[in-house]
Ligand binder design. Sequence first.
Ligand SMILES: [Zn+2]
Ligand SMILES: [Zn+2]
Ligand SMILES: [Zn+2]
Length: 141
Amino acid sequence: MNYTSEVIKLLKQKSVQPTPMRMLVLEEFLKSRTAKSLQELEQLLPHADRITIYRTLKTFDKQGIIHQVDDGTGVQRYASCSDQCSEEAHQDVHPHFHCVVCEDTICMKATRLPYLSLPSGFQTEKIALRIDGVCPKCKAA
Ligand SMILES: [Zn+2]
Ligand SMILES: [Zn+2]
Ligand SMILES: [Zn+2]
């Protein structure tokens, strides 16, 4: 499957110049739904250097193309954003499912977070919910 047109469209929509490296990195995020770390992208793109991939991730994060995922392993991972994300603000308020068998982390975009009421005086800045479990792929194996 060819992702080129989708990649270019998305970069334009988020006001990011489509360089070859940005296109390669974004394609990896569109190809599979799992969250990826810098190290994993390096393995997927053996001809790219680490600094360039790192800068690309920072740009994508800033422009609302990918969001940071905390999967509890201590490694920073990223996953592709929803259409509503922009340079102004990320809208990725969804749980992240972390499979304890294959270590994949997947955005649960259709799952709503529970409403949490806080005592007065506490102001929310970020909500993160991680679900640890076994993914369908590993469950079937
Ligand atoms: Zn986002
Ligand atoms: Zn799994
Ligand atoms: Zn996510």
